[in-house]
Design a protein. Sequence first.
Length: 275
Amino acid sequence: MSSQHIPAWQRIKIKQTQTDENKAEAGFDEEDPLNITTHLATGSLTRREKQRLIKGDQNASRVAKKKAKTTNRKKEKLAKDVRSEIKRKTVLKDQLRYLIDFYLEKSSERLPDAIQNSENVKTNYSEEKLHKAGSDGNSGVVDVWKFSKQKQNWLIKHFCDLEEIPVAYDDLIILYFKDLKGEGLKQSISERCRGKVKEWNDYVQLEMDKIKAIVDGKEMESEQSKEGDEEEKKTDKAKEVEQALQIPPNRDIAQRCLKLLEAWDSAAELQLLSI
């Protein structure tokens, strides 16, 4: 009988009976993934647990848990305003790169210092390329600037937008538009530029008239006149508040427009007034 083959399930049962007697004393854990009797009895042994049993890695579960905790940690994000500032300093718009490439190829002058020293330009251009315009032209490989209708349309659309095209790019965009093709297109841009110059000059003239009126004492009212015309006073006050809320025109935009008109010899006797 001793030589009789004992089925695996019976051997497991015998083994389990023996271990149950010493379980409390030995601190045996039935839920331990390395406990072979638990899994063979329940049929819940996984492939990974089998590998751990074969390798005898007693600390595998601990390592896995530790790794999971590390992986689940979220990376700390920078504040939104900090990310925006970093992006503004390092990212160079394709349209501005297009302007810079045009200027480096068409002009013999160096880039304006405000552009050359900006962080986003230094990040995207090598020192050799930035200084190429001031060299004798024998710098080996020459980059060829390529015309882009899409980028040109963007420049036309945002010509009067200093957020998109900063003041530092005035010389570049004036050089670009100087030889712009299409009389109809030039006429449309000229009218827009004249409107910006007029808008600025009208604003300056209005401010000068206010200053002159104050000096002449025309805005001072006597006590007698204040007693009547209450309704008229309210209307005038409302107009003053409305004018105060209006955003005054930008002189830098008017200056850019005047430069372009001068480059096209269509400025005539236009000039910017100053307060």
